[in-house]
Design a protein around this ligand. Structure first.
Ligand code: PEP
Ligand code: MN
Length: 340
């Protein structure tokens, strides 16, 4: 439930309502907003005596929030959230592109990648160090050795790094060395991991599980916000459907829908959706058109030699071309000054 206060209600009146709601067993939180003062009520608000709340001075109206996610919703926070990392603003005016290889494979590979991403105007380098592979016989990643190579390469070129965390045990190392902690599709509903990540301040890139509904995706993000971490970036990366011609099916409905329902920034990873490099650029452009506020793109100095996801990584010229096209498209999409 939302308790909307009169525009000129003072902090004393707001506090009185919050204290009352807390005293009867609910979580109540003052919500910042440009155009209104409101109090968000969490808990089973159906049982609240609405008349009792309405009697408090300064209360304008009570609005039921039927969605199971609250802090993630635009009902609670109408204004777009912006997550800023190394000067890049997720949810800001321009799309943010995170680029880099599927996995860190060697010093030379990650150095070449970092140099290239910086040259392309990128601010954030991606790369996996522990890969969640379907088969135990496939390349599992370089582990912490890969992380230190990546950190060194990124520092050399002024980049932040985005790395997937598989296991909560490794969180202390990630907190020290990683700028954006990625929760992969396979861990989207690893609630104990989400709870741990909710207690830190690092930005989290939360990928959609490949069989998760939009509601489940947003409820996973709710765990992070509810625990106290509001630096959340959502990432659509394709879902499993009856269609087998591509690795997954990119669900652009989810992007347009999440832009409406949530204030959190959402980006798209077309590489894991398509599974093949030559579909990546058209899907990236479609994603931006649907409202994505950024992209996660796998690129490799020599994709065919890649130890994981060789088919879907862009080579450097294709990546540069994508950056260029996304730039033109987003310029075209900027709200125009009145031209008449
Ligand atoms: C990745 O981004 O490296 C990855 C493994 O993606 P996903 O979790 O979306 O499969
Ligand atoms: Mn990959």
């Amino acid at each position: 439930m939302l308790v909307v206060m009169d525009r000129n209600a003072g902090s004393k009146e707001i506090k009185e309502v919050v204290n009352y709601l807390v005293s009867i067993g609910y979580q109540a939180e003052e919500l910042p907003g440009k155009n209104r003062v409101a109090i968000g009520v969490m808990g089973n608000a159906r049982d609240i005596d609405r008349k009792e709340v309405a009697r408090f001075p300064g209360v304008k109206e009570l609005i039921s929030v039927t969605k199971r996610y609250k802090k993630v919703s635009r009902e609670f926070y109408p204004d777009q959230s912006v997550v800023e990392v190394n000067g890049a603003r997720f949810g800001g005016e321009e799309p943010v592109i995170i680029g880099g290889p599927c996995a860190v494979e060697s010093e030379a590979q990650i150095l070449a990648s970092a140099e290239f991403i910086a040259e392309q105007g990128g601010k954030i380098l991606r790369g996996g160090i522990q890969k969640p592979r379907t088969s135990p016989y496939d390349f599992q990643g370089m582990g912490f050795q890969g992380l230190s190579l990546m950190r060194k390469a990124a520092d050399k070129f002024g980049l932040a790094i985005c790395v997937e965390l598989l296991d909560g045990e490794d969180l202390p190392v990630f907190e020290k060395s990683v700028d954006i902690i990625q929760v992969g599709a396979r861990n989207m509903q690893n609630f104990s991991l989400l709870k741990k990540l909710s207690k830190i301040k690092h930005p989290i890139l939360l990928k959609r599980g490949n069989s998760a509904t939009v509601e489940e995706f947003l409820l996973a993000a709710e765990y992070l916000l509810d625990g106290g971490n509001d630096q959340i970036i959502l990432c659509e990366r394709g879902i499993r459907t009856f269609e087998t011609s591509t690795r997954n099916t990119l669900d652009l409905n989810s992007v347009a829908l999440i832009r409406k329902r949530s204030h959190l920034p959402i980006i798209v990873d077309p590489c894991h959706a398509a599974g093949v490099h030559d579909l990546v650029t058209p899907l990236a452009l479609a994603s931006i058109s649907a409202g994505a506020q950024g992209l996660l793109i796998e690129t490799h100095p020599n994709p065919l030699q890649a130890k994981s996801d060789a088919q879907q990584q862009l080579d450097f010229p294709a990546y540069a071309n994508l950056v260029n096209q996304v730039g033109s498209l987003s310029e075209f999409m900027q709200p125009k000054e009145n031209l008449v």
